[in-house]
Design a protein around this ligand. Structure first.
Ligand code: DAH
Length: 338
């Protein structure tokens, strides 16, 4: 009996398993009711009385050793103690999927709306030169936007800088291509601002540009109305206010009716019933000419908006810092919008 116990112990010590099934097979072989250890337990009855104490102890030790050894083999496989007994046909536990960043969501919504109007995506570099960001867009040499206080310069003379707006993609695209041009340009832009709830040193814009024969302000207005209603709902009203940008003439800023109060006036729209969402206008002939496009033959409209601003209006995110803090609790709020 003693030798049998010893042999079994050595066998169990040498056992190995490559899968949960193999561990289970070992359990059946040694520890189940009909297993080898139970068989020894049955034989125990015929052990002479004076040996019962010693053998009994050895048997119990063998059983605990077998249990420990199997647990060890199971752990080595990286499966839980109950894994071998689990129903493998059950529905798997839901996998935690990541969420889209709210700015990506909104960028895609904007791009998608313009895509339906026939616009295609164009991109440009974030590190730009003065010509594409300022000069080609009609900024006077002493325009304040060219100041170090607004622009991050990487190098001066020749000027290498981080683009302050996506309008640079307009001129990048226009140079060397022939109208019709219908592009939408999403991208990151940089400005030398102190970080607060309302300002950040980087943010995101989407620019749209349409150049062709006979493009008029009415086309711009219709595209804007379509965009506003697709983005903010069919009841949305738009309003264009005269404004100024160096690269458009005439220029306008667009407001939409406040989605919170429906235009009646509330604290969100500061009682006006309107909230500003973007800048736009007819491409200044000087910009077309700078890019080699005949301004007597062609006209165009352009518009630019901040993605953070649209996201704020759509999802009421009113602290810009939330977008770059990567707080998982904030990001998970957009799971449903995925
Ligand atoms: N580039 C402007 C800005 O950064 C936004 C803008 C205004 C873009 C009017 C345009 C436009 O294309 O027509 O504030």
């Amino acid at each position: 009996m003693k030798t049998k116990i010893q042999t079994l112990r050595e066998e169990i010590a040498a056992a190995s398993a490559a899968s949960a099934e193999e561990v289970e097979a070992l359990r059946i072989k040694y520890l189940s009711k009909k297993g080898l250890i139970s068989a020894l337990m049955n034989d125990f009855r015929s052990v002479p009385a004076e040996q019962k104490r010693e053998i009994g102890q050895a048997l119990n030790e063998l059983k605990s050793y077998a249990q420990e050894r199997l647990a060890e083999l199971r752990d080595g496989l990286g499966c839980s103690a109950t894994a071998a007994l689990e129903d493998l046909s059950r529905t798997p536990a839901p996998m935690a999927l990541g969420t889209r960043h709210p700015l990506s969501l909104v960028r895609e919504q904007i791009v998608d709306i313009f895509r339906r109007l026939g616009f295609t995506i164009a991109e440009g570099p974030e590190i730009e030169d003065d010509w594409h960001v300022f000069e080609s867009l009609n900024f006077a040499p002493d325009h304040p936007a060219r100041d170090m206080q607004d622009t991050f310069f990487i190098n001066r003379r020749p000027d290498v800088l981080l683009r302050t707006h996506t309008s640079s993609v307009q001129t990048r695209t226009m140079v060397g291509s022939k109208p019709p041009i219908r592009i939408i340009c999403p991208g990151r832009v940089y400005r030398n601002e102190a970080i607060s709830a309302r300002a950040h040193c980087f943010f995101h814009q989407v620019e749209a540009l349409y150049v062709d024969r006979n493009v008029t302000f009415a086309d711009l207005r219709q595209a804007l109305l379509y965009f506003a209603r697709e983005m903010f709902g069919p009841e949305t009203q738009i309003r264009l206010r005269p404004s100024y940008f160096p690269f458009t003439e005439p220029s306008a800023e667009m407001d939409i009716s406040c989605g919170l109060c429906g235009g009646k006036g509330c604290s969100f729209c500061k009682g006006t019933g309107w909230v500003e969402i973007l800048g736009c206008g007819m491409v200044d002939p000087a910009v077309l000419e700078a890019c080699g496009i005949d301004s007597h033959e062609y006209t165009g409209f352009a518009l630019g908006m901040g993605i953070e601003r649209i996201t704020n209006l759509k999802y009421r995110v009113n602290d810009l810092r939330l977008f770059s803090e990567n707080d998982i609790r904030f990001l998970e709020e957009f799971t449903a919008a995925r």
